[in-house]
Design a protein around this ligand. Structure first.
Ligand SMILES: [Zn+2]
Length: 225
């Protein structure tokens, strides 16, 4: 059995007390009121069952196997735990803006292993991106989520009026008769090279976006507008 993650252990509220588990029991046990770290519900449990890890939750995790799959140290675990908390735990400080207004986590992603799989497949190959919902009124699910940084919205805006190439991130330099490709990531403009033809510059930028899983639009997506 894997060790129960310390931070998911039910949290004792107040002082433990002694009582018989049932009317007919001979022995009294130490009981306590605990807060479930998965859903925020309060429940009563035998102190030693909590200490030994026999009681892991209020019951909401029963039948779900090991809810963390030993993924506690995965870099996306914190993302998952925070997402889950603000959607299902009424005691979470952000709950009112999420769970409280009907924002949910889809069944698939309640299992951290599925969430981590999705993250590993889609996370941009560059630091600084956070989980973002596409439609702010819908919940967390693979089809409503993406990764973005603060400048992504600006990047994905329509082409600027002074654009000369017809492609975002590709500029013509008269002086040396070259097409330069660049891309803005986390507010920093990164040069991708200069090229003899516009097509090469556009292709280089598109390849860079694809290879690094970036959320930026590809050239073909701009042309559709
Ligand atoms: Zn619970």
């Amino acid at each position: 059995m894997e060790k129960l993650e310390e931070d998911m252990k039910p949290r004792l509220i107040g002082e433990p007390y002694l009582r018989k588990p049932t009317e007919t029991s001979r022995q009294r046990y130490s009981f306590g009121i605990y807060e479930c770290q998965y859903c925020g519900k309060e429940f009563e449990a035998i102190t030693k069952d909590i200490k030994k890890g026999h009681t892991k939750s209020c019951g909401c995790q029963r039948g779900k196997g090991n809810p963390t799959h030993g993924l506690r140290n995965n870099k996306f675990y914190k993302t998952w735990n925070a997402m889950r908390g603000r959607c299902i735990n009424p005691k979470d400080k952000s709950y009112k803006n999420y769970g409280g207004r009907g924002i949910t986590v889809c069944d698939e992603w309640m299992d951290v292993a599925n969430f981590v799989d999705w993250c590993e497949e889609t996370y941009p190959n560059i630091k600084g991106y956070s989980l973002d919902r596409i439609d702010n009124d819908k919940g967390y699910s693979p089809d409503n989520c993406t990764w973005s940084d603060k400048t992504t919205q600006a990047i994905n805006q329509r082409m600027q009026k002074n654009n000369t190439s017809g492609y975002v991130g590709v500029t013509y330099y008269k002086k040396n008769n070259k097409w330069v490709a660049n891309i803005r990531i986390n507010k920093i403009l990164k040069q991708l090279g200069s090229f003899k033809t516009k097509e090469e510059a556009v292709q280089t930028r598109d390849n860079y976006i694809i290879e690094n899983n970036l959320p930026h639009k590809l050239s073909k997506d701009y042309k559709k507008e």
